[in-house]
Design a protein around this ligand. Structure first.
Ligand code: GUN
Length: 293
């Protein structure tokens, strides 16, 4: 079994991006790529994600700005904040951190973002272009998974891929990306969701199993084919007396029992998470270079 080391690959890609920023922006007297994040309310996970994104920006020489709003901001005010960033020529791309408070229509906010600045790749224009295999911003987590498979030389063509979960952010886009006529892609993809019957019988046929179901320890060894590639997208904070902080991060896969059975597996933490952040940086670089659309 080999570990798919997302932290290692993300660090390599960050060095590549930093070099690109130096050569193609700073050495030419241009402002570096500038990313903005909109953070509404004080959800601890969202704050952690936005802080991690800011830190990564600084590591590669990007500029970053965070626009913070209280949880009771009106939908209209948030739409105006999006309009402001759409028109701000200093900002190359931005994200609105999800989830948003329940009184705000998330989809309405996403659809207000200029698709040319939508570095999360959540706007229907980008989802549509992704589906048609046209240049677009790919959603960060699926993009990170594909990059990880590519960098480890894991072939997807002709493979049976099973995706657990059909969220807009991970399950649905990764299913489309793996089934497209492209490389990585060309796989036979099955998506399992809350109405799927006998999930273990489906997962045990998977050469590549992508788990984004949001349930800690859902995947057990008996659900996994021998020598499968297992990608764990789940992140759960569970109480632990082994750590100083009193908690530990765990995934959707029971790593200890599954690891011995597969050819490759992503750890949690240090697998998909760092790849997601670096994919957002890659999208921002493309936005700043006007490479999309
Ligand atoms: N919340 C959880 N994941 C994401 C993400 O990739 N982008 C945004 N904007 N919000 C998220």
């Amino acid at each position: 079994m080999k570990i798919l080391d997302g932290k290692l690959i993300a660090d390599q890609i960050k060095s590549e991006i930093a070099k690109d920023v130096q050569e193609n922006f700073l050495d030419k007297g241009l402002e570096p790529p500038h990313i903005a994040a909109v953070l509404v309310g004080d959800d601890p996970a969202s704050i952690t994600y936005v802080n991690a994104k800011e830190k990564a920006c600084h590591e590669v020489g990007f500029l970053s700005s965070v626009y913070r709003y209280p949880a009771n901001i009106t939908e209209q005010k948030l739409l105006e904040a999006v309009d402001f960033l759409n028109h701000d020529n200093q900002i190359h791309g931005f994200i609105v951190q999800l989830p948003l408070p329940t009184h705000i229509d998330e989809q309405k906010i996403i659809e207000r973002i200029d698709p040319l600045k939508d570095i999360d790749g959540f706007h229907p224009v980008n989802i549509g272009k992704m589906t048609l295999n046209q240049p677009c911003f790919l959603p960060a987590t699926p993009y990170g998974i594909i990059t990880l498979l590519e960098r480890y030389g894991i072939e997807t063509t002709g493979k049976n891929c099973v995706v657990l979960g059909r969220s807009h952010i991970v399950g649905t886009p990764i299913s489309i990306m793996l089934s497209r006529k492209s490389n990585a892609g060309n796989a036979t993809v099955t998506i399992c969701h809350s109405y799927s019957q006998d999930i273990p019988s489906i997962t045990s046929g998977a050469d590549i199993l992508i788990v984004a179901i949001g349930k800690e320890g859902f995947v057990t060894a008996d659900m996994v084919k021998k020598n499968a590639v297992v990608i764990d997208v789940g992140v759960h904070r569970v109480p632990s007396d082994e750590t100083k902080s009193g908690f530990k991060l765990k995934g959707d896969v029971r790593f200890d029992e599954v690891a011995g059975k597969c050819s490759y597996i992503t750890p949690v933490p240090g697998g998909v998470g760092p790849m997601t952040i670096v994919s957002l940086l890659l999208n921002t670089l493309k936005a700043a270079k006007l490479e999309i659309h």
